[in-house]
Design a protein around this ligand. Sequence first.
Ligand code: WT7
Length: 635
Amino acid sequence: MSNYHIKNFPEYFHVYRNSVRNPELFWEEIAEEHFLWREKWHKVVSWDFSKPEIKWYEGAKLNITENCIDRHLYTNAHKTAIIFEPNNPDEEAQHITYKDLHERVNQMANVLKSKGIQKGDRVCIYLPMIPELAISLLACARIGAIHSVVFAGFSSTALSTRINDSECKMVITSDGSYRGAKTIDLKGIVDEALVSCLCVEAVLVVNRINSEIEMKPERDFWIAPLLAEASKECAPEIMDAEDPLFILYTSGSTGKPKGMVHTTAGYMVYTAYTFKNVFQYTKGDVYWCTADIGWITGHSYIVYGPLANGATTVLFEGVPNYPNYGRFWEIVEKHKVNQFYTAPTAIRALAKEGVDFVDHHDLTSIKVLGTVGEPINEEAWHWYDDNIGKKKAPIVDTWWQTETGGVMITPIPFSTPTKPTYATLPFLGIQPVLMDENGNEITGNQVDGKLCIKYPWPSIARTIWGDHQRFKDTYFSTFKNMYFTGDGALRDEVGYYRITGRVDDVIIVSGHNLGTAPIEDAINEHPAVSESAIVGFPHDIKGNALYGYVTLKETGESRDHDNLRKEINQMITEQIGPIAKLDKIQFTEGLPKTRSGKIMRRILRKIACKDTSNLGDTSTLLNPEVVQDIMDNVL
Ligand code: WT7
C-alpha cells in the first residue's frame, strides 16, 4: 500500500489515522518518496500557533521547478505539460511538452535576470490566461524571485495597491487580452497603475492582441525579442524550504488586501499530494481546471500541483459563454478531458441555459468532477451529476482557502461516498474542529460551529506580507492554538462536514472572496455619499450578490437615484474591479447602529434577504427608527 495514492475507503481511514497519530512520520514519508531534494531536512515540522511560527522541512534545499519540470525530462520529455486552448475556437490549441516548457521557462528566467531580477525580488504578474502566465510563475520560481500574480480583471487602483504593498520591481503584462468577443487594454491599466508605483523599474510586455500601445522608453520592453535572444538553459536557484515562493492577495473583512505568503517545500509537497488524490490523476489523463491562475486555485491546481505530478493540464483563455454556452463541453470533447474542476457559479450559469448545449458533445472521457470556491447548492450538484458526469463521475466538493494553499476537506473520488452539498471528510493529515462561542471544542456529531484546524499542514500560509501582527490577529487569535478559517460548518451524523458560509464580513460572490470594507471605502469616496454598508443576499447564479445601503450627504427628491447608482458602481469598478459591483443599491436616511456606533449588519443582511420575521431586539439601537424605514423601502 502506498500512502501517496489512496485507492479505497478503508485505505483512506487507515492512512488518515496514521497521518494524525504521527504527522511527522507521515509527512516525512510523502516528501521523501515523491520529490527531488538537493538536501534533506533536519526537522519535518516545528510550529507555534501563538506566535504564529510554522516551518516545514527545515534545512531542506530544493527548487520547485526542478520538481515540476526537469525531473520529468528523463522519462516524459515529449509528454504534453500544458494544453493551451485560446479564447477563439478558430485559433489552434497549443500542446506544450515538458521539454518545451523547460526551454521556455529557462528563457524567461534568463530575461528576468537580464533585467536585474534576483532571488527574493518581487515580480508582479498581470497577464491573461495564456502560456506566458504559467511560464512567468515558473520563471520566477526558477531564479528564486517571489511572484505576485494579480488577477487581470482587477482595476488599476487595485493593481497599484498590490504592487506597492510588496514593492515589486517588475511587472509582466500583455498589450491586451481577449475575453469572449471583447478585448481589454491591459497595458493601459498597467500604465495607469504605475503612475503611483515608484518601485517598478521594468515592464515586460507580451504581444497577445497586436494592439497599438504606448511603450515607455527604458521602462517597457517587448518580451518576444528578449526571449529570442535568451539561452534555453538556466541553472535553478537552490532555495531553502522556507524561502517564500509567492505572495497572493486575498480580501479581508477590514482594510487593505492581505498578501498571503506561501513558502517553497511545504507548498510543493501538499499541492502535489492533494492533486494526485483529490482528482485521482493517473498517467495519461488530461486534467482541466477552469479557474484563473490569478486565484489560488490556479496557482495550486493549474500550475504547481499538476506539473509536480507530470500531468497534462489545460489552460483556457476564454469564458464559458463564448462563442456559446457549449464552450466548456466542446473543450472537454476536443481534448478528452478526464478531470474537470470548476466553480458552482459557473455550473449554475450553464445549467440555466439548458442541456441542449451539453447534449451535442461527447463527455464520456470525464472520470472525476470537482467544485470549489463556495458552497454548492443541491440543485446545481444534481445538474452537474446528471448532465456532465452522467451519474458515473464522482463529484469532489473541495473546501479550502487562499490561506490553506491546498484542498482541506474533500471526498476522495471512488473512495468516499459523496453527499450533495457536503465537502465530506478531511484530507489526509488535516485535523478540523468545530468551536463554540466560548472557545470550546464541540465534540460528537450532528453539531455546528466555527471551523478551525488544530494542527499545521505543509501548505499553510506563513504570514501576511509586511504585517505579521495582522496574520496573528486574523487567524490565530479568535481561538487559542487554532487556525481559524472564518467559515462556519456543521458535522452530520456520520462525521461529514458541510460548510455553511462565512461568519465574518467577507462575502463570496461567484466564488470570489470580497471584503465589505474595501467596497464601502470605494463607495464612500463618491462626493454625494455620507455612509454605506454592504451585505450579501442569495442569488440564483452568483451564490451571493451584493446589496448596498447608502446614505447621502444631502437627501431630497432632486437627486437622480439611477444615475447615482451608476456612478457608485463606476467608483467600485475603478477602485476594485467589476466583480465587486452591487446588484442593488438602496438609499436610506440612516444605517442602524449600536450605541458604540457599529453598523448592525446582521439586521441589514436579514432585510436584504427578505427575512424579517426575526430581526431580534432593535430597541437598544442608537437609531431604532431607521429600521422600519429601511424595511419599507427594501428593493
Ligand atoms: C473561502 C475561501 C479555495 C480556492 C477558491 C476560494 C469559500 C471555498 C468552498 C466549498 C463552501 C467554500 C469559503 C472559504 N469556499 N471552497 N467547497 N464549499 N465554501 O479561495 O478566495 O480564499 O475563498 O471560499 O468561505 O473560506 P478564497
